[in-house]
Design a binder for this molecule. Structure first.
Ligand code: ASP
Length: 334
């Protein structure tokens, strides 16, 4: 019989202990633990891996420090355009949405694409119309606004770069300290007003194996700060940022263009199948290949025996996993 297991991530990047404060680290760990528990509760009570990954990702989307749902990064135009995908390994069905806006939980919409349409990926206005038709109320812009994301956009525009999330660059040792030039009055600042990011990756994801050995993967993201022209990354592209079949379930985070070029999520399954190797070896090889083609980031993966692996080639990756006996691990740094 399969052992059930769940792994989640909150993005990879240049995440250094030296740039983290105790308070922020506690908050990140709290967000990961809440998501782990949400997914675990589903598995523990005999629920499906699909429900478990959805529950975990909803929790991460609702947590404002991660780049997905609430807390998504801003586009060049100051909008929040989100991508998400979910895949059921037991029947190879998948659903995804790209550059949707004002949707509280894009992962739920992705699941509805999978279950209620004959399509895999809906994008832009059409995806929003689909949500409207299903009676999913749009959230106001204020729900998604977070001060530190807005400040990141101002930095990215000033420096003329498109920026991946994470890699905490704290302007002050104490992130509650005042930032002279952030355009906010002192009393408007949250403890995160000093947190800006550079060369880093955000995104959230979950993979799970349930009691029946069925696998599922889910990934959700706000993409990259200062992105333009309707840019879509790997997250909603099945096989690139998200994939699940009978061999493994995989969710990726990192510089999306390289994950698309490396077909990274599917690559783990392909190596397991074609080379008859285990998930840990396959995922390590996939990350080595990603490095070779110039990509940075990581992935989480689980197989049908409940073996979990979380490799990455960046400085850090927000990550956590829990196995059948309830033992869990939360890690951030490399
Ligand atoms: N992979 C995501 C993208 O390129 C970003 C991330 O993982 O942070 O859109």
């Amino acid at each position: 019989m399969s052992k059930f297991a769940l792994a989640i991530h909150g993005g990879a990047g240049t995440i250094l202990r030296s740039q983290m404060t105790l308070e922020l680290e506690r908050e990140y760990r709290g967000g990961l633990e809440a998501a782990l528990k949400a997914g675990w509760e589903v598995l523990r009570t005999g629920g499906s891996s699909l429900d478990a990954v959805e529950a975990a990702v909803v929790s991460l989307e609702d947590f404002p420090l991660f780049n997905a749902g609430r807390g998504s990064v801003f586009t060049h135009e100051g909008k929040q355009e989100m991508d998400a995908a979910i895949m059921n390994g037991s029947n190879l069905k998948a659903g995804a949405v790209a550059f949707v806006n004002n949707i509280r939980n894009p992962i739920k919409l992705a699941r509805l694409v999978m279950e209620q349409t004959e399509h895999v990926l809906l994008a832009g206005d059409g995806a929003n119309q689909f949500a409207e038709q299903l009676g999913i109320a749009a959230e106001p812009d204020e729900y998604f606004f977070t001060e530190h994301r807005w400040l990141q956009l101002q930095d990215a525009i000033a420096e003329g770069r498109v920026q991946l999330d994470h890699s905490a660059e704290l302007r002050n040792a104490d992130c509650g300290m005042r930032n002279e030039d952030d355009g906010f009055a002192a009393d408007e600042r949250t403890p995160h007003s000093a947190l800006r990011t550079r060369h880093s990756k955000g995104t959230v994801g979950a993979v799970a194996c349930d009691l029946s050995g069925n696998l599922a993967a889910a990934t959700s993201t706000g993409g990259m700060t200062n992105k333009k022209f309707g840019r879509v990354g790997d997250t909603p592209v099945i096989g690139a940022g998200t994939y699940a079949d009978g061999h493994c379930a995989v969710s990726c985070t990192g510089h999306g263009e390289f994950f698309m070029l490396g077909v990274t999520a599917f690559d783990v399954s392909a190596r397991m199948q074609y080379k008859s190797i285990d998930i840990v070896t396959a995922a390590d090889e996939t990350i080595r290949h990603l490095t070779k083609i110039g990509g940075e980031g990581g992935l989480i993966a689980v197989d049908a025996n409940g073996t979990v692996t979380l490799p990455f080639n960046s400085e850090g990756m927000y990550r956590a996993s829990i196995v059948e006996n309830g033992e869990f691990e939360i890690d951030i740094y490399g």
